[in-house]
Ligand binder design. Structure first.
Ligand code: PGA
Length: 251
């Protein structure tokens, strides 16, 4: 795993956007896997800026969102589909046909999960999967205990995740208990992964992911098995890494 430590969140956003912009310029029809959450907001802002100011075009880019809640009304502002529109899709020249989101409102969720896996295969696989990490070590909504061989499926959310995401809901009764998520094995099939983590509150989780044992109890640790992963961290998120000096010296 390549570890890059940047001074702050803004520098992480710029570096992540540069990685994606370089890929799009090299390969305009590339396939991106995209996360939601607070962490990638600066990254999406930077991509929108590059579209507006530098002419970065998303017209042929294909995207797959990592996860979504189950049971929210289709246009609920906390849905991840709405998040993606608000923070990226509505501000760039993306072809709506090319933006795939998981359908947490599908009548048959099993079919929705299988169709998503099929759509990823038909698109030729994901070139770059961008990821955040939950404080409990989840990637996507693959909560601790998720099989490292899991595919896109329905997951019950943990109490920690519900608490972490509660601020997106005005009415806590609306908070979904279930989600639909790409599986750990689905994520590991991406050609490259770029994981972003910000802040000291993620420091122990980031340490477990990079320096701990590979275990379903910390699903992000499965990324140690992947041959091309970059973890892009700010100083806070990197602060508990035992080999921090080595990563700095190497990068
Ligand atoms: P956050 O969420 O970016 O809001 O911290 C990350 C995640 O849960 O994967």
């Amino acid at each position: 795993m390549r570890i890059i430590i940047e001074s702050d969140a803004a520098a992480v956003a710029v570096r992540a956007a540069t990685r994606v912009a370089d890929l799009i310029r090299r390969s305009p029809g590339c396939v991106l896997g995209l996360p939601t959450g607070r962490t990638p907001l600066g990254f999406y802002g930077e991509l929108v800026r590059r579209h507006e100011e530098d002419g970065l075009s998303f017209s042929r880019v294909v995207t797959f969102s990592l996860d979504d809640y189950i049971g929210l009304p289709p246009h609920h502002s906390a849905s991840f589909a709405a998040y993606m529109r608000r923070n990226l899709f509505d501000h760039v020249d993306m072809d709506p046909e090319n933006t795939h989101v998981l359908d947490g409102g599908a009548e048959d969720l099993l079919v929705a999960c299988e169709s998503y896996e099929a759509a990823i295969r038909e698109a030729g696989g994901i070139d770059l999967q961008v990821l955040g990490i939950g404080s409990n070590g989840h990637i996507g909504f693959n909560e601790p205990g998720s099989s490292l061989g899991s595919r896109t499926r329905v997951k019950t959310l943990t109490r920690e995740t519900l608490e972490a995401n509660a601020s997106s809901f005005e009415d806590l009764d609306e908070l979904p208990r279930l989600a639909i998520t790409m599986g750990v094995a689905t994520i590991l099939e991406a050609r490259s992964c770029l994981l972003l983590a910000l802040g000291e509150e993620k420091a122990l989780t980031v340490r477990d992911m990079i320096e701990g044992p590979i275990t379903a109890q910390a699903p992000a640790s499965a990324l140690q098995l992947h041959p091309d992963v970059t973890a892009l961290l700010d100083e806070g998120a990197a602060s508990r890494l035992q080999r921090r000096d080595y990563y700095r010296h190497r990068s």
